[in-house]
Design a protein around this ligand. Structure first.
Ligand SMILES: [Zn+2]
Length: 436
């Protein structure tokens, strides 16, 4: 029998019932944060808001936002609301400078994450009979382990393939009969190419659905993946600050948009300039309040992702709000092969190296299906007229530092002083040539 929902009652609850659950959870969350997390209490006090002032969901707008800067200022564990002895896991993602953003989970948080991931997998048509091939990276990144626990919760079989080694991945898919694939969309295209090189016909595999996320991808890319792998492709949304994968998920019936598991992650769309909440259907910055997390709850976290919310009921029967595929960012963050890269991080690396000028430019391209990043760096006249060997050493040093700190490979090219065009206003740090 086909499973339609993982938690039918909540996933199909009429809005009034859902909102009443959200309000109760919000009130409990705000009271807990006020008493356990000092930086939040200070922000609330500055606005003159007390936990008892939250009497309706509309009162959410009275609460202060949380930003990535708050996370950085309280690095590593300053915003945790549970004592460390009840935190069973941490994950981390890149921050805007050298320090990563750290998130923590209690045992109950891990169970909640597995539950929302199980819901997400069911949205993609998964059942306990599926062989689920998880090619998201395992490690500090939330992708791998987040999906992993969800598959186990569902009772399906997880193949913890992690990223890389495409040939082995394809052999596993053939031998184990993988029916659902999870990875970044660009890696899916890579696997399709590797199959062609190996002479493997995707039609002869058991793959039926692909769940892709962790980087932006267009409709065209979806069509390409579907055609090349002979599967139906669906979109998944998540970010480590809020939980990891499983915050939102497209269902097979949907004509677009991902269901947000809003009984746990309450979304808002705001005007990124004024912070004002926008009406349903309008485009703006996506903001999340985590209603039930214990170790690392967030109130009104500004994701900087641009999206919209739709409150009509989906043809799948779920009443959960849908968010549109993320169409852009309000900041200059780049996502390269699933890794978040901020130009400020590159700057941070360069500032630590003698002879390098604070003028640089990042050029991102998509070659085949893979994103490549080149960093042009100005060096001082004295350095540039130095021996070739010294220039090569410097290039290698910058490449290594970028790899070590950001976790992505960049091609570094040293250029003469004043080669990079100076701008009148904001420097043009990034040239993104990808057609996404
Ligand atoms: Zn749906």
């Amino acid at each position: 029998m086909v499973t339609l929902y993982w938690e039918e009652e909540i996933e199909t609850l009429p809005r009034q019932g859902l909102e009443s659950i959200q309000l109760k959870r919000l009130q409990r969350l705000v009271a807990r944060m006020y008493h356990k997390v000092l930086p939040y209490r200070e922000k609330m006090d500055a606005l003159g808001v007390k936990p008892e002032d939250i009497t309706s969901l509309a009162d959410l707008q009275r609460l202060p936002f949380t930003t990535k800067d708050d996370l950085r200022d309280n690095y590593p564990f300053g915003l945790f609301a549970s004592p460390m002895d009840s935190v069973v896991r941490v994950h981390a993602s890149s921050g805007t400078t050298g320090k990563p953003t750290v998130v923590g989970y209690t045992e109950k948080d891990i169970d909640l994450w597995a539950t929302v991931m199980a819901r997400a997998l069911v949205c993609a048509g998964a059942t306990s009979g599926d062989m689920i091939h998880n090619a998201y990276g395992y490690g500090l990144f939330t992708g791998g382990l987040g999906v992993h626990y969800g598959v186990e919760k569902l009772g399906a079989t997880v193949i913890p393939a992690s990223g890389g080694n495409s040939k082995r991945q394809i052999t596993l898919m053939q031998d184990f009969g993988s029916s659902i694939l999870l990875c970044t969309p660009s890696y899916a295209l890579n696997l399709a190419d590797a199959m062609r090189d190996m002479g493997v016909n995707p039609e002869r595999l058991s793959l039926k659905v692909g769940v892709f996320g962790a980087e932006p991808w267009s409709k065209n890319m979806r069509e390409e993946v579907e055609k090349k792998l002979h599967i139906q492709a669906v979109d998944i949304y998540g970010l480590s600050e809020v939980m990891g994968p499983g915050v939102g998920m497209e269902c097979l019936a949907s004509s677009g948009g991902m269901h947000v598991f809003e009984d746990h992650f309450l979304p808002e769309i705001i005007d990124p300039d004024t912070g004002e909440v926008l009406p349903p259907g309008e485009e703006g910055e996506l903001v999340f309040t985590t209603l039930t997390k214990e170790a690392f709850p967030l109130i009104r976290y500004r994701t900087k992702d641009i999206s919209r919310l739709y409150y009509d009921t989906c043809t799948c029967g779920r009443t959960l709000v849908r968010m549109e595929k993320v169409t852009g960012r309000t900041d200059d963050m780049l996502i390269i092969r699933g890794v978040n890269v901020f130009p400020s991080q590159i700057e941070h690396v360069l500032m630590g190296i003698d002879g390098v000028e604070p003028h640089y430019q990042i050029v991102v391209e998509r070659q085949g299906n893979l994103d490549t990043m080149q960093v042009l760096v100005e060096v001082s006249g004295a350095v540039f007229s130095d021996e070739i060997r010294r220039l090569e050493t410097l290039t290698r040093r910058i490449q290594k530092d970028i790899k070590d700190i950001l976790g992505v490979t960049a091609k570094v090219k040293l250029v003469e002083p004043k080669t990079i065009q100076r701008s009148e206003g904001k420097a043009l740090r990034v040239i993104d040539k990808r057609k996404i």
